[in-house]
Design a protein around this ligand. Structure first.
Ligand code: ADP
Ligand code: ASP
Ligand code: MG
Length: 781
């Protein structure tokens, strides 16, 4: 059974050298049963069209010249590729066919479609003969034996049965593209560039896995790469945009190519037969990639204004003319943009319903994400006046903007418009994990931050992730409406699905922002790095993970040139990480770092004056939402220990969590059992604090829960616990809930550098995450 359909366009078969390359691709990429669809070699169809025009005008001289052109080209290919009897046979067949054409010309019985079919027939015969010569079991097919159409409509059920019955499963099937037969056996064609469509039709009928369109460019670009060297190749484009591009007359894919793939998972790729190792473009299902920007040009078009268009009439006309018409609806009046050669026929057809509005105009169409089109339209219009091009009809359609002009858009103008409209295409995809208090505020603040971020890079939030559900849209989630979108579209997911989606995301830059408090989620970081994601964490687990794991993560990130920011994992929005990095980058050496790193413990210690029992304050803090659900997690000091470790590692110290001495703000026996069980024993906590407070008071001191790191002559001492500080110490005057960081260094020896302020709270923390994101955005290009 066929697994793959390969399609080689005229550009891949223009010379003997190209046939050699094509044969090599077939040898390397196909197996028996596969299908190879071929177009006419080089510009053969154009030449055959000239012959038809000569016939219509009864221009014998011209016909003789054109036939000799066709003969020479084919003979050259056959002479070069075939040998022995094979060569003689194929040359002979060519002569017979050309003689027949000439005879029909003279007799006036030439048929247009049958004449044009020769191009594809010659290609299929030559390629299969050449493959046979190489020892490959190849079979040439005339698609008129396989594809039947009735009044311009392909009979899919009949065709499918026919293909399944006839197509060989033990040979390579070389089939003509572009042609089919009607029920009387007469030739019909599928429209210019129709071989792409033939390829996807055979793919659908035979249920293959993949269609590969081999052409002369490496894939689908932001504009014609043969005209604009700065055109950008896209690794993925979605079917809807490919379809739109084709409907706007872009040659890289025929307008109907996508329709047979509807509802199937058949993979479609566009690759270069000139450079078969290069990664091509995959045309993926909607939602499989973000929407891209394209500019495609139009030449020699007419605009016909149609007052009334019946239902189905447009489709019928497109079938009849075998071309796609751009239909613009402006308040119920239709404007058809049509290739000039069809306009007389259309005007005749519509009679008094239509009038010619524009004649022989050119222009371009911009395909872009819907939300950006209006902006692009303004830029396009400015671009046109900068180029001194005369704007004619224009139309803002679904997913595209069309601008017709008097002048043709030459390569220079196209290059200018491409630069002006598409500029730098680099984009940053943002994944936000954790939509608790801070996460929600972060997403809400996003809308206000967008303009600022976009000064540096185009940015889109592509996923919002909670522990069980995820909202994912590679084209970008509207952060102003995210709750509604969440209600409607959030789906359950597994971590593997999340990772697969991230790996597939076709953005130039990606960042995972971890605002969860989940250790399990933090363990995915190495895999995020493998999917080329930068990291921003408010989560403390990865920063305090075992040293070997942490260092290997840092190394992976560095190798891939990825950034990891974790400003809010310590001190919420306070810029302590920035300050430490800055001191070191400017040549200073930190000798001591200490302070109060927990908002909860700061609140408790600063509020405690011996008047109210400590446990009463603790219960009050719990009620106000200042503590963890089990307040012993705060009292244990573990959180402060992790924060100190993060800062120590920021200073380049290779510490593990257990290298930091920890003494809790509670008696050891309180750590046992559940919190509910502990409630009865809170008197022990009160005694524990009261004894120490009285002792401190006797020395004119107050209690603070302190983290302290000393680096002296290469010796590191780190501890976290309750300390008594003199009343004139900066820690003593700390307002309840504030964090304070005191840094001593070579430059701040006696008088430490102090950073102080709220070290918790959803607004400041979310803003701190934005600060990391902004930092990242300014460093990407
Ligand atoms: P084939 O002969 O393989 O069917 P076509 O000539 O029909 O190839 O289509 C490929 C051509 O399309 C390229 O040579 C290129 O000049 C043109 N083209 C126009 N726009 C694009 C684009 N955005 N991306 C790639 N190719 C494009
Ligand atoms: N040979 C036909 C054409 O030139 C069909 C194709 O190339 O796809 O339009
Ligand atoms: Mg083509």
């Amino acid at each position: 059974m066929a697994k793959v359909v390969h399609k080689f366009g005229g550009s891949s078969l223009s010379s003997a050298a190209r046939y050699y390359a094509v044969a090599n691709i077939i040898l390397a990429h196909s197996q028996v049963g596969d299908i190879v669809v071929v177009s006419a070699a080089g510009k053969t169809t154009d030449t055959l069209v000239k012959l038809w025009q000569a016939f219509e005008q009864q221009d014998q001289h011209c016909a003789v010249d054109v036939i000799s052109l066709l003969r020479n080209h084919q003979q050259e290919l056959i002479q070069e590729l075939l040998s022995g009897e094979n060569k003689a046979l194929v040359l002979n067949l060519l002569e017979q066919e050309l003689a027949q054409v000439w005879q029909e010309f003279e007799q006036g019985s030439l048929q247009e479609a049958a004449l044009l079919a020769h191009g594809e027939l010659w290609s299929a015969r030559l390629l299969s003969s050449y493959l046979q010569q190489l020892g490959v079991e190849a079979l040439a097919w005339d698609a008129r034996q396989l594809l039947c159409a009735q009044q311009g409509q392909l009979l899919h059920r009949v065709n499918e049965q026919q293909c399944q019955r006839l197509i060989s499963s033990d040979k390579i099937n070389v089939i003509t593209g572009f042609i089919a037969a009607d029920q009387r056996g007469q030739t019909v064609t599928l429209g210019r560039n129709g071989s792409d469509y033939s390829a996807t039709l055979f793919a659908r009928y035979m249920g293959v896995d993949e269609v590969c369109i081999w052409t002369d460019t490496q894939g689908v670009f932001s504009t014609d790469p043969r005209k604009v060297s700065a055109a950008q190749k896209y690794h993925k484009i979605c079917r809807a945009q490919a379809q739109l591009l084709a409907a706007l007359g872009n040659p890289v894919l025929h307008a109907k190519t996508l329709s047979p793939l509807h509802g199937t998972d058949i993979k479609l790729t566009v690759r270069s037969s000139y450079d078969s190792d290069a990664v091509g473009t995959e045309v993926v299902r909607e939602g499989g990639c973000k929407h891209k920007h394209f500019i495609t040009t139009l030449t020699q078009q007419d605009v016909i204004k149609v007052l009334r268009l019946e239902q189905g009439e447009l489709e019928q006309l497109q079938r009849k003319l075998q071309t796609s018409l751009i239909a613009c609806d402006l308040d119920g009046i239709w404007y058809l943009v049509v290739p000039q050669q069809h306009s007389a026929e259309l005007l005749h057809y519509f009679a008094e319903r239509a009038q010619l509005l524009e004649s022989n105009v050119n222009g371009f169409a911009l395909v872009a994400p819907q939300r950006e089109l209006e902006k692009c339209q303004q830029q396009a219009q400015q671009g046109l006046s900068e180029l001194n091009l005369n704007a004619r009809f224009s139309y803002l359609g679904e997913g595209y903007f069309l601008q017709l002009t008097d002048e043709e858009i030459d390569a220079d103008s196209l290059g200018y418009l491409h630069q002006r409209l598409l500029g730098s295409q680099r984009q940053l995809a943002v994944v936000v994990a954790g939509l608790g208090n801070v996460g929600e505020v972060f997403v809400t603040q996003f809308a206000q931050q967008l303009a600022r971020l976009r000064q540096h890079i185009e940015i889109k939030v592509v996923a919002l992730v909670r522990s069980e559900n995820m909202l994912y849209d590679p084209c970008g989630i509207d952060t102003e409406q995210w709750q509604a979108a969440w209600e409607q579209d959030a789906q359950p997911y597994t971590n593997n699905e999340l990772l697969a989606r991230l790996a597939q995301l076709d953005y130039e830059h990606k960042v995972v922002i971890d605002i969860t408090a989940s250790e399990v989620f933090s363990q995915l970081y190495p895999q995020f790095a493998k999917a080329d994601c930068h990291l921003i964490s408010a989560n403390k687990y990865a920063g305090t993970a075992p040293l070997a794991w942490y260092q290997s993560l840092k190394q992976d990130l560095a190798q891939r040139n990825l950034q990891w920011r974790y400003n809010t994992s310590v001190g919420a929005g306070l810029p302590i990480n920035f300050a430490l990095a800055d001191l070191q980058n400017s040549g200073d050496r930190v000798t001591r770092l200490q302070g109060v790193f927990s908002g909860t413990l700061s609140w408790l210690c600063s509020r405690y004056d011996g008047g109210t029992a400590f446990s009463q304050l603790l219960l009050k803090a719990q009620e106000l939402g200042f503590t963890e659900p089990d307040p012993r997690e705060d009292l244990s000091g573990r959180d402060v220990q992790r924060k100190l470790l993060i800062l120590a590692r920021e200073l380049g110290l290779e510490l593990e969590l257990d290298d930091i001495e920890l003494s809790a703000l509670m008696p050891a026996q309180l750590a046992k059992g559940t919190w509910q069980e502990c409630l009865e024993d809170l008197g022990e906590l009160d005694d524990f604090v009261a004894t120490r407070a009285q002792q401190a008071k006797a020395e004119q001191k107050v209690l603070r829960y302190n983290a302290d790191l000393r680096i002296e002559q290469g010796k590191v001492e780190a501890k976290v616990g309750l300390v008594a500080v003199p009343t004139n110490d900066p820690l003593a005057g700390l307002p309840p809930g504030d964090n304070i960081f005191v840094v001593n260094s070579n430059w701040y020896q006696d008088n430490g550098l102090v950073i102080q302020g709220p070290g918790a709270g959803k607004e400041v923390t979310a803003a701190g995450v934005h600060s990391d994101l902004y930092w990242l955005a300014t460093r990407l290009n």
